[in-house]
Structures are given as structure tokens and as C-alpha cells.
Design a protein around this ligand. Structure first.
Ligand code: UAG
Ligand code: ATP
Length: 494
């Protein structure tokens, strides 16, 4: 593509240049001859430091947001490289050439689950759907490997995949990090969902207000006739609704308890969950075999999305009834003794509450809770997680989650710094923690293993990578693999 046409869209005048751009890269290590290199001032590193390497690798022009010394190729300074990157990628890949309905989902919890539910409804009604999110990215029915480092992939990859997609619908899980970093820049959304907001990621956003403001920006990208679907049971959702109402640009559907909302009534827990979704004129009976109190809210958000795209309520309800779940979200493994192991991705106080409410509503005898904290992430939410767990669980086993940049000793010290009471113990190795719960379980118990969900990891007990579910299933098939002798419980630091 000619550099002039490419840069024209970011208001940069390159009309005097006759350069053909073969591709765009923001990583000097991936630059190929003829590329345009976009230098980004990042969090861990600074792309401007790599401009010379990019030129050596064949970059023919550079975009950046800082002043730099004279270079052997043209350099264009922009106000914000990430915004420019998204716009350049959109132009280069011509990603909006095929019309499609684009659905963006944001919120602290429930993005993945709601996106899987919507995709299921769409596919049951014969529509094709691409999906970008934390479990996987799927385009034209094919999973794209190596793209799940982030929940929302970067602008370059996203625009490239959107251009490839022949799907009628595209669902994108949009995180607050992605919004702050303009990873979905340049995308016009037809439908935007706000699932909820609760404390998380304050390591990055510092305050709840600024976390909310980041999430809110998704709705600035909602197209003029677009539909906003908001959970107003959540106070931040109610705030968002009030702001959008003032703008008068969009149709708004709310799930909540005001007279104009879709409300939820008569929730019943048996083997399945059932409930009634009620609006001013109708009520709809919904049955879900995928358990978890929170999944009621996710299902109603998906139901409202189906309404927004003119799928009949009957078809949507039927599809939701056959929805079997999401990897690592409220996945239940039955223990032969008559107890349950639940693998769930809960990593906030709010998510814990929903899990425990479900267990209580479904008659759990005891709750055993295994969890840890992710290294390098929001530490402000940890005490609240402990407090909720303590008030609902009969046994707490604190274990390791991802260490990220933290050392083993630092994390161990952190785990021991919490008062987890008489009912608590610390078993650093996650597989050993699960093995310990396996050995102590009694009929009617519910064991929640939370925080890692579908993710695979390595811990000291085995050298292979595996998931929490693998561990539980291995115990199911070979209970002797984790006898008490295998379990080494660390003593607190003296
Ligand atoms: C803190 C953060 O969000 N960082 C994200 C950000 O990285 P960054 O731009 O700061 O990258 P950097 O490493 O500082 O490098 C700056 C620039 O120098 C370039 N570079 C660097 C080295 C080199 O040799 N040559 C070179 O050109 C890099 O390619 C980059 O363009 O932009 C990258 C590309 O989009 C992201 O992959 C990266 O996510 C990191 C891995 C991350 O852990 N992010 C988490 C916090 C995150 O985003 N999480 C949310 C989910 C949260 C939730 O659970 O809800 C997500 O969307 O995944
Ligand atoms: N609507 C909800 N309200 C509160 N908690 C929820 C809700 N939906 C899911 N959860 C909890 O959050 C966990 C993660 O759910 P899900 O993966 O759907 O959310 P997410 O927003 O994609 O999260 P992440 O960004 O961390 O991947 C679930 O395992 C569950 O414990």
C-alpha cells in the first residue's frame, strides 16, 4: 500500500513520498522489509528505543510519539502511537470491507461466559460468529493459535483477523486495559454490553472511578443507532445508563429492577436453575443446566442481546437451555462419595459471593475453598476475598496462583500474612492443595477451586502443564495418586 494513502487516515501528510508499505509492526523483532514501524511508549519498555533495530530490519518509515534524532527513513510524530496504530491497521487491512454485526462486551466479570452464550444462541439460529476473548479467538470457525496472551488482542492482530473474518457476527471481549490502550480503536460497535463492575485491576487503574471511566469508553464507540445492554443491578451499570440516557444516541436495554428494565424473578435451584425474565408486557421462563447464580445474569444479558439482533425469545430461550458451559467456569466434577468439585475462574470478592450463594441455595453441607492470589495484580482486593471466603467456607486452603514476577517466598509470605482462622491452611502447590481436599471430603461437600479456571500451569508436584480440572479428573480415575504421604504442608515463616 502506498504510504500516502495509509497515513492520510491519521492526518499525516506523506504526499511527497513514494514508498510502498508492505506491512505494519509495533515490534522491532517482527519487522519485515518494507514495513511501517510504530513506536509505542509502553509500560515495560519503550518502542522508540528500537527504532534503529526496526530500520535495520527493513522498516521504510516510522511513526512515533516522541521527538527523535534524524533518521535514515521518514519519521512522523503523532499525539498517540496506540491510537495511530489502530487506525493504520484498520486502513491497511481494510477490515470493514465485509459488513458484519460487531458486539463488544465489557465488565469486570462475565465477559467470557456471556460471549460464549451469545455465540451459542447465534449458532443455534444458523448465524456464523467470530469470537475474541480470554479462552480463545475463533474466526471463520477456526481457532487462531498463539493469540491468547491478552483477553483482547492488540489492534494490529485484531484488525487483521477482522479483515479475514467472513462471519456475520463478531463478539469481542473488551477489557479496561484494552480500552485504555486503544486495542479496539477504530471499531464501530453495533451492540455494547456492560456486565458489571467490582473491585479488580486497581494496580493499573488506581481508583474505581478511573476503572469505570475506562470501561465507559467502549460506549463512545457504539454506532449511532447501536444498542447498549446494561446490567443496572450493578451501581456502576446504573451510572452508565444515566449517562447514556442523557446522550440520547442509542437504544438502551437494561437488566435491573426499574419499571423499564428486564427483571429477574422466581429463581429456583434444583438439578438445573430456573427463573423468569420479566419486562412490562411479557414474562419468559428460562432454564439453565449451567449452574452458578452469576450465570443467571449472564444468561439474561445474552437473552437481551438476542432480542437486539431480532432472534425470537423462544429461539433464544431454547438455545440457552442447551448451553453446556465454558471451560473453567463453574465446571462441576462429581466425586463418587456424593460431593462436588467446582472449577471456577472467580478472582474477585463478587465472584466468590455468587459461587457461595449457589452452593448454599443448592444445599451444600460444607464448603471447602481452594484459592490464591495472582502475583503482580491488584493487591487491594485480597483481604475482601479472604473475608468473604472465611464467612462462607468451612475450610480454606490458600494455595498458589500465577506468581508472575513475584518470587515463591514472597507469595508464600503473602499467603501466611492473612488470618484465615482455625479453618484455614496454606498448601503452596496447587495440585497438593486439591489432593488434600480430595482426602478430607465428605458426602454433600462442595469444593471450590477458584482463580485459574481453564488455564494450564506447571507446579512442583508434576513437571507437565495441566489444569485444575485435569488434577481433579486424575484423582477421580486414580485416587491413590495423591495419598496423604504425598502432601507436604509448608510451615509458616518463623
Ligand atoms: C500492562 C499491559 O497491559 N501491557 C500490554 C501492552 O504492553 P506494552 O505496550 O506496554 O509493551 P512493552 O513491553 O512496554 O513494549 C512497548 C513497545 O515496545 C515494543 N518493543 C519491545 C521490545 C523490543 O525488543 N522491541 C520492540 O519493538 C513492543 O512491541 C511495544 O510495542 O500492550 C501489549 C500489546 O497489546 C500487551 O500484550 C501488554 O499486555 C501485557 C502482556 C499484560 O499482562 N497485560 C494485562 C495486564 C492485560 O492487558 N490484561 C487484560 C485482561 C484483564 C482482565 O482479566 O480483565 C487483557 O486484555 O489481557
Ligand atoms: N455476571 C457475573 N457477576 C459476577 N461474577 C461473575 C459473573 N459472571 C462470571 N462471574 C465470575 O467471574 C469468573 C470469570 O467469568 P468470565 O470468564 O465469564 O468473566 P470475564 O469477565 O471474562 O473474566 P476475565 O476478564 O477475568 O477473563 C467466573 O468464573 C465467575 O466466578
Amino acid at each position: 500500500m502506498n504510504i500516502h494513502s495509509l497515513l492520510n487516515n491519521i492526518d499525516v501528510d506523506a504526499s511527497s513520498l513514494d514508498i510502498t508499505i508492505t506491512g505494519i509492526s509495533n515490534n522491532s523483532e517482527k519487522v519485515e522489509p518494507g514495513n511501517l514501524f510504530v513506536a509505542i511508549s509502553g509500560y515495560a519498555s519503550d518502542g522508540h528505543k528500537y527504532i534503529l533495530s526496526a530500520i535495520e530490519a527493513g522498516a521504510k518509515a516510522i511513526i512515533g510519539e516522541q521527538d527523535v534524532q534524524a533518521l535514515s527513513v521518514p519519521y512522523f510524530k503523532v499525539a498517540n502511537s496506540r491510537i495511530a496504530l489502530a487506525q493504520l491497521a484498520k486502513t491497511f487491512y481494510n477490515s470493514q470491507s465485509r459488513p458484519k454485526t460487531i458486539i463488544g462486551i465489557t465488565g469486570t466479570n462475565g465477559k467470557t461466559t456471556t460471549s460464549f452464550m451469545i455465540k451459542h444462541i447465534l449458532e443455534k439460529s444458523g448465524r456464523s460468529c467470530a469470537l475474541f476473548g480470554s479462552v480463545h479467538n475463533i474466526v471463520n470457525g477456526i481457532m487462531i493459535s498463539g493469540t491468547t496472551k491478552n483477553t483482547t488482542i492488540d489492534a494490529l492482530e485484531l484488525q487483521k483477523q477482522l479483515a479475514k473474518s467472513k462471519d456475520e457476527f463478531v463478539i469481542i471481549e473488551v477489557t479496561s486495559h484494552a480500552l485504555t490502550q486503544h486495542r479496539v480503536g477504530g471499531i464501530d460497535f453495533d451492540i455494547c454490553l456492560f456486565t458489571n463492575l467490582s473491585q479488580d485491576h486497581l494496580d493499573y487503574h488506581k481508583t474505581m472511578e478511573s476503572y469505570f471511566s475506562a470501561k465507559e469508553t467502549l460506549f463512545d464507540q457504539l454506532s449511532k443507532n447501536g444498542i447498549a445492554i446494561i446490567n443496572t443491578f450493578n451501581k456502576w451499570g446504573a451510572k452508565l445508563e444515566a449517562r447514556l440516557k442523557k446522550r440520547k444516541l442509542h437504544t438502551i436495554y437494561t437488566m435491573g429492577d426499574s419499571s423499564t428494565s428486564f427483571s429477574i424473578k422466581d429463581i429456583q435451584y434444583k438439578d438445573k436453575m430456573s427463573l423468569i425474565v420479566q419486562d412490562q408486557n411479557h414474562h419468559y421462563q428460562l432454564t439453565l443446566s449451567f449452574l452458578g447464580e452469576h450465570n443467571i445474569y449472564n444468561a439474561v444479558m445474552a437473552f437481551l442481546t438476542a432480542k437486539a439482533i431480532n432472534i425470537t425469545p423462544e429461539d433464544a430461550l431454547q438455545a440457552l437451555e442447551t448451553f453446556s458451559g465454558v471451560p473453567g467456569r463453574f465446571e462441576v466434577v462429581q466425586h463418587p462419595i456424593g460431593a462436588k468439585f467446582i472449577i471456577d475462574y472467580a478472582h474477585t470478592e463478587d465472584a466468590f459471593l455468587h459461587c457461595f450463594h449457589t452452593a448454599n441455595a443448592m444445599g451444600a453441607k460444607r464448603i471447602i475453598h481452594i484459592f490464591g492470589f495472582r502475583g503482580g495484580r491488584d493487591i487491594g482486593k485480597r483481604q475482601a476475598m479472604i473475608d468473604v471466603s472465611k464467612s462462607f467456607s468451612d475450610v480454606i486452603i490458600l494455595t498458589f496462583d500465577d506468581l508472575n514476577n513475584l518470587s515463591y517466598d514472597e507469595m508464600l509470605q503473602t499467603l501466611y500474612s492473612f488470618d484465615i482462622g482455625e479453618q484455614g491452611l496454606v498448601i503452596p502447590d496447587r495440585t497438593e492443595a486439591i489432593g488434600h481436599a480430595w482426602n478430607m471430603i465428605e458426602k454433600g461437600d462442595w469444593v471450590f477451586i477458584t482463580g485459574k479456571g481453564h488455564e494450564r500451569y506447571t507446579q512442583s508436584f508434576h513437571s507437565d502443564t495441566f489444569s485444575d480440572k485435569d488434577t481433579v479428573e486424575q484423582l477421580l480415575h486414580n485416587p491413590l495418586s495423591y495419598t496423604k504421604e504425598h502432601i507436604s504442608i509448608e510451615l509458616p515463616f518463623s
